[in-house]
Write a protein that binds this ligand. Structure first.
Ligand SMILES: NC(=O)C1=CN([C@@H]2O[C@H](COP(=O)(O)OP(=O)(O)OC[C@H]3O[C@@H](n4cnc5c(N)ncnc54)[C@H](O)[C@@H]3O)[C@@H](O)[C@H]2O)[C@@H](O)CC1
Ligand SMILES: [K+]
Length: 543
């Protein structure tokens, strides 16, 4: 598990140590230098003779980078510090100079392109422009430098949100681009110091230009922005360096690892039977979209449900039974409901009666229909089901929208927001949806964000191949089975639903990877890969 703490928590943990004179920056810089040396050795055998460019901003983040640069010089590395501020960390600069490092001033207008061209030829670029002290989008020389680095061939992300960016920056950038194209240089390995400079450290946004890192060496603890999209896509591999901070027990964001999911997997014992393992009720698909019913029920069965009950028209039920003869179609006891895959919005008349069945399932999950459940049980609400839920939900309802569907949910609650805004700030909008509906929100994406009453989760387990029709139906089925197995816990403790939802996202992602490592997958392949994926998880845990 990777756990991430907010800037405020990290600062509060640093404070007493700094007051006591603990040399936190020395620890951070030394560990950073060791990591860069390891990366250099992995990439070019020896660090000696390598060229590292340190991008240094005004604060302690630049201080870390400059001190690390000094350590590298002592190991035979040629280090050039590119200063992106009029004043940089004095101790760090002095250390670098006395070690024999070169210093280039890129703070003045017009200096960025030449510095970027030099950086683009280095073996490693250390991004120490700004860390947890970042306020808003990168500004001034730091922004100009990152823009010029992008033009010089380094990967960058985010837009220059700064109004009135001087035209010279664009011209400078073009100059840098042409110079590097002539040289045909391979691009350097980029190591971000604490965070890629200019990300939203607490919320994972990309408010302005950001240099895409291959590795982020982060101090004391991971920060939320390293796990949350869209910034999570520019951090590379995250290396957490222990500098001796004592952090609060509860992180702001966490990412489950396979072992965490394995540790809580409901492995059946000799006393278990189908009802103790959990019955999943599925309201999915119509004659127009029968595939959704097949995919959702298949995934629920393949994840190890005690039993799956399908609720739908006879024609769709026949398709379900042809694919999965284990499914039953008679009404009866259910420990979790999956409502909505392949179900059109309520207003659509051609829904085969699914809207009514969906409402009944949701009422049963609230504990309002005694015949269908003995008290409240968890529910997964997906696709068409999202338009059928009541305005407020219990936390054991897990809504599983993608960004476009979340927009619809938010609009129903009076939030006029566009899909692009949700994609730019998924945590913010998932949290807003949770606040407005009361439900646990699983916002699907390349990084899935789960916001409920407990800790926020950000899961990045899925290969990009998983973005395919029917993949969401499979996730709904996996999650339905996982919720049914822990139905009592989920209803009793509002925070559990989020953790189970994050676990389902992990299983879904790993199953896609296992279905066809490195290649395309179809949704049904993913569902079929779940039993093997669960067996591997449990094997990993027991070994
Ligand atoms: N407090 C400490 O002693 C420790 C700090 N650490 C390092 O120090 C960093 C935090 O240092 P600081 O608090 O000095 O903050 P930073 O160095 O992250 O940033 C602050 C500086 O950047 C400038 N800045 C802020 N937003 C900017 C923007 N959008 N565009 C351009 N410039 C901007 C500010 O004017 C200020 O000079 C951490 O990220 C970490 O790297 C580590 O060395 C561990 C110990
Ligand atoms: K940085």
């Amino acid at each position: 598990m990777i756990r991430a703490w907010s800037v405020a928590d990290v600062r509060a943990a640093e404070e007493p140590l700094l007051a006591a004179g603990v040399p936190l920056m020395d620890r951070a810089a030394f560990a950073l230098a060791l990591q860069v040396l390891a990366d250099l050795r992995a990439r070019r055998r020896s660090a000696r003779g390598a060229h590292v460019v340190v991008l240094a901003g005004a604060g302690n983040n630049g201080g870390d980078a400059l001190h690390a640069g000094a350590h590298l010089v002592h190991r035979g590395v040629a280090v050039t510090a590119v200063l992106a501020a009029d004043r940089v960390h004095e101790g760090g600069l002095a250390a670098l100079r006395s070690a024999g490092g070169r210093v280039v001033d890129a703070a003045a207008a017009g200096r960025a392109p030449a510095a970027a061209v030099e950086a683009a030829r280095a073996d490693v670029v250390l991004d120490g422009l700004v860390g947890i002290g970042a306020r808003g989008p990168l500004r001034g020389s730091a922004a100009a430098l990152v823009t010029a680095l992008g033009a010089a061939g380094l990967p960058t992300a985010g837009t220059d949100a700064e109004e009135g960016t001087p035209a010279t920056h664009a011209e400078e950038a073009q100059g840098a681009s042409a110079a590097v194209a002539r040289e045909g240089t391979a691009r350097p390995w980029v190591v971000a110091v604490d965070t890629p400079s200019g990300i939203g450290v607490d919320d994972g946004t990309l408010p302005g230009p950001v240099l895409h890192a291959d590795r982020t060496v982060t101090f004391g603890a991971a920060k939320p922005g390293l796990l949350l999209p869209p910034a999570a896509h520019v951090v590379g591999e995250v290396t957490v360096v222990d500098i001796g901070l004592t952090l609060p027990g509860t992180p702001a964001v966490q990412r489950l690892a396979p072992a965490d999911v394995a540790a809580r997997w409901p492995v059946p014992g000799p006393q278990d039977h189908k009802y103790t393992r959990g019955v999943v009720g599925v309201v999915a698909g119509t004659a127009t979209y029968p595939g959704a019913a097949v995919l959702t029920t298949t995934a629920a069965v393949r994840t190890g449900a005690g039993m799956v009950r399908y609720r739908g028209s006879d024609v769709v039920a026949r398709a379900v039974l042809a694919a999965r003869p284990e499914v039953v179609t008679a009404p009866g006891r259910v420990q979790s409901w999956v409502v909505g895959p392949g179900v059109p919005p309520a207003a659509d008349g051609a829904d085969d009666g699914q809207a009514a069945r969906a409402r009944a399932g949701l009422a049963a999950a609230r504990g309002e229909l005694a015949g269908l459940s003995r008290g409240p049980v968890p529910a997964v609400v997906d696709a068409g089901g999202l338009g059928l839920v009541e305005e407020t939900c219990p936390p054991w309802f897990v809504l599983t929208p993608h960004a476009g569907e979340l927009r619809t949910v938010l609009r129903r609650h009076g939030e006029d927001v566009h899909r692009a805004e949700i994609e730019a700030a998924p945590l913010r909008w998932a949290r807003r949806a949770h606040d407005l509906t009361g439900a646990t929100i699983l916002l699907k994406g390349a990084v899935t964000v789960v916001v409920g009453t407990g800790i926020v989760h950000a899961q990045a387990d899925a290969p990009a191949w998983l973005g395919t029709a029917g993949a969401g139906d499979v996730l709904a089925g996996i999650l339905g089975t996982m919720l049914a197995a822990r139905a009592a816990d989920v209803v009793a403790d509002p925070a559990v639903a989020g953790e189970v939802a994050a676990s389902a996202a992990l299983v879904h992602g790993l199953a896609a990877e296992h279905a066809n490592p490195g290649g395309p997958v179809a949704a049904l392949d993913v569902a079929e890969a779940v039993p093997g994926t669960v067996a591997r998880l449990l094997d990993l845990w027991s070994s």
